[in-house]
Design a protein around this ligand. Structure first.
Ligand code: GLC
Length: 743
């Protein structure tokens, strides 16, 4: 066989299919291509290897450029820029026999160069348009830097804040998480993956990765099929229905089988039930990890398990490369199975337009004109402010005015804390190609915001996570000199993210000591939290007048926070995850079951702790504003309905304050009696609405049988007749209620 299949022959083959309909035409081209591929070339398409430009997993493989030239790889990740992707693409197209182009993938999780709030923070905006827009911008930048594929959105429901990757998703709620999953896929894929300013999405991690036991990353997952389908599966389903081009497997086992070897997950459920028609990529060496999992004895059996389960592409394990050809030759794996996976991958390469022009995404001129454009920076600042949650805003003793917003004319302000001027931390974990040197710190944001008459003092006060007390005195000194203190505390950027579980949720290091020393000065304090997970900030809640939850807001963090601190933006964020009072309460989430002995402090024999409340520190959906929203009674359009009808649920909401503000009006339901027990509340709708001062709006929602449906005792999905309660409020706790019945 000639070493190089003449390009002209390949073009003739591909052109011969030119007369058919687009999809059939692509299929015919794929058939033609597969017909001339050797087994080794087919297997080569099923491997994904990392470049040495970034490290996102436990093993690095030397020689990826050689892999490219030898046709041993179909896609490369962690390589970007127009220049570098062109260089690597030329190796694939010019030096391999069949000139098949590569796909380039990367973890574009919350922005590419312009970094947006970490996903948990963006989820706190409850602003689906803003979230979609942030991923649209991410796709513009990533595709301008030669990337075809974002390993995003991560949609794993997380009810355990000890798990570091809670920062990477949309929090604890299935409904909110599903809507955000859809928005992110729409943003990334835009008008379609053939558009040069779009990238393929990769919904991950399939499946139920967020339920890792004890919040310990990579730990086992054990749950009923009912809980899986009701709580954890819907966001993946939503992303797939929104058109996610690919799916990434998860590291965890599900029902005793690691996801990358689970035929139930990757074929029966994903392709059978959910009708997914893209390709499945394993997570980083997750095929190899089936050996330590104890489900495969060696490389060959792990590879056989994965390909038979329906995993098309092996990320970084090299197990497909090592074993698949032999497995086919000795009859353990059918070549048709290999062809099916090759076909799925080639189809995306055709759809991306890479066979027409392998370099269409590697355009340096476009890159220069796209990356970190002013409009992108502005968008980052806006969604940053939208993601901030005002947790507390008390007035000072003897004053009726709340501490926030601050005046820009304050004479002297002390900006203190290990996160007050921490550029790298601002872009958080999973910030990939983000340029932290261009991020705006809180100190910089405050300096830009205040008037020229204001003197801004700064002291670190302490480090994020060590016990050195040597910086405290300086912080106390400048606090004493100032009218107000803004104190930035929280976690380091990498204290959340992958492999970053924590057994405690308190402030790391001696930050608590710093807080207490600054409190002793008697100065008014605003605490600005920067963190990737809920923290047990009980002392702060009890002792500090104003608290802003700001997560890690990305490139424009300091400006986004300053806009809220000084009132240019009225905070509207709502928590997408419950904040526990203590680790001992975990797992704690709003949509719990009632139990047969609901908590009653006056009755010993009820479900409670001897040493802790049942209620969280802050409930799901909680967030304050600089104005006040009053909720009227909830009205239903009729007292009863059949499952095929719908009812309107209306509540009048009034902005009772003196400034405009946005409110996330949330609707929850409770099914009082079911063939299986039902949660005490379930989020089913929400609307984020702007209210002018004094304005009242009749906020209306439609509820139908589908909104009331669940996995019944026989595991069929549907609603049941019976009594319901419907709740409307600004969080999952403080709600007004009405009743209706389904006949
Ligand atoms: C990591 C993560 C996954 C990421 C992949 C590539 O281990 O689990 O989310 O997309 O490897 O970096």
């Amino acid at each position: 066989m000639q070493k190089y299949f003449p390009l002209i022959c390949l073009l003739v083959l591909l052109a011969a299919c030119g007369k058919e309909k687009p999809t059939n035409r692509i299929d015919s081209k794929i058939d033609s291509l597969i017909s001339v591929m050797t087994l080794a070339e087919k297997v080569g398409q099923l491997s994904l290897y990392t470049s040495d430009w970034d490290v996102t997993g436990p093993t690095i493989r030397e020689g990826y450029k050689d892999d490219i030239k030898k046709g041993r790889v179909g896609a490369i990740f962690n390589a970007f820029t127009a220049k570098y992707t062109r260089e690597l693409q030329e190796m694939a197209v010019k030096e391999t026999r069949l000139h098949i182009p590569l796909i380039f993938g990367y973890d574009v999780i919350h922005g590419h160069r312009t970094i947006f709030p970490i996903p948990l923070g963006a989820a706190a905006s409850w602003d689906l348009e803003a979230i979609e827009k942030s991923d649209r911008i991410a796709a513009e930048e990533a595709s301008a830097e030669g990337l075809h594929w974002a390993f995003s959105p991560m949609v794993d429901i997380a009810r355990d804040p000890r798990w570091g990757r809670i920062m990477e998703g949309a929090g604890e709620d299935t409904y909110l998480g599903s809507r955000i999953a859809e928005a992110r896929v729409r943003g990334l894929q835009g008008k379609g993956i053939g558009e040069v300013n779009s990238v393929m999405a990769s919904v991950k991690h399939f499946a139920a990765y967020g339920a890792a036991q004890a919040g310990r990353d990579y730990h086992m997952v054990d749950m009923s099929d009912r809980v899986f389908r009701e709580v954890y599966l819907p966001p993946y389903t939503a992303a797939i229905k929104a058109g996610s081009a690919t799916v990434m497997t998860s590291f965890n086992e599900y029902d005793g089988i690691p996801a990358s070897g689970s035929k139930f997950l990757m074929t029966d459920l994903l392709r059978g039930e959910l009708k997914f028609d893209g390709f499945v990529v394993s997570d980083y060496t997750s095929i190899m990890e089936m050996v330590p999992h104890g489900i495969a004895a060696d490389t060959a059996s792990a590879a056989a398990l994965a390909i038979n389960a329906g995993v098309d592409m092996d990320m970084q394990a090299g197990f497909y490369e090592a074993s698949l050809a032999n497995l086919v030759k000795n009859g353990e794996v059918k070549e048709e199975l290999i062809n099916t996976s090759v076909r799925r991958i080639l189809k995306k390469k055709f759809e991306l337009g890479l066979f027409d022009d392998p370099y269409r995404y590697s355009n340096e001129e476009r890159e220069k004109n796209t990356v970190m454009k002013a409009e992108f920076i502005k968008a980052a600042r806006e969604i940053g402010s939208k993601s901030i949650v005002l947790l507390k805003n008390a007035s000072l003793p003897g004053q009726d005015k709340q501490l926030l917003p601050l005046s820009k004319d304050v004479k002297q302000i002390a900006v203190i804390g290990p996160l007050a001027d921490a550029k790298r931390e601002m872009i958080g974990a999973w910030s990939a190609a983000g340029d932290w040197k261009k991020s705006v710190t809180l100190l910089e944001g405050i300096k830009s915001a205040v008037s020229t008459k204001t003197n801004v003092l700064y002291a670190k006060g302490c480090n994020i996570n060590d016990d050195s007390t040597k910086y405290i005195a300086e912080a106390v000194r400048i606090a004493k000199q100032s009218e107000v203190v803004v104190l930035a505390v929280g976690e380091g950027a990498w204290m959340t993210g992958e492999a970053a579980s924590r057994a405690a949720l308190n402030l790391p290091g001696i930050q608590q000591r710093l807080l207490e020393e600054i409190l002793k000065t008697g100065k008014p304090i605003v605490v600005v939290l920067m963190n990737g997970r809920p923290l047990t900030i009980n002392w702060i809640q009890d002792n500090i007048p104003s608290i802003l939850e700001t997560w890690f807001l990305g490139t424009q963090a300091g400006n986004s926070i300053a806009d809220v601190l000084f009132g240019d933006f009225n905070p509207s964020g709502k928590l997408p995850v419950t904040f526990p009072r203590s680790v001992g309460q975990i797992p704690i989430f709003y949509n719990m079951k009632n139990t047969g002995r609901p908590m009653d402090r006056n009755n010993k024999y009820t479900s409670k702790y001897l040493d802790e409340e049942n209620d969280p520190l802050y409930p799901f959906g909680f967030g304050l504003s600089y104005t006040t929203f009053n909720y009227g009674d909830v009205k239903v359009s009729k007292e009863s309905m059949t499952g095929n009808e719908e009812i309107s649920v209306t509540c009048s909401v009034t902005n009772a304050g003196k400034r405009a503000g946005e409110e996330v009006v949330q609707l929850y339901i409770r099914d009082l009696v079911g063939s299986v027990t039902r949660p005490v509340k379930e989020l089913k709708k929400f609307q984020k609405i702007l209210f002018q001062p004094g304005e009242t709006k009749e906020v209306s929602f439609k509820i139908n049988g589908n909104d009331l449906s669940f996995y019944r005792k026989d595991m069929t999905f549907g609603f049941e007749a019976g009594k319901f309660e419907v709740f409307v409020g600004g969080n999952s706790r403080d709600v007004k209620m009405a009743k209706f019945e389904v006949k």
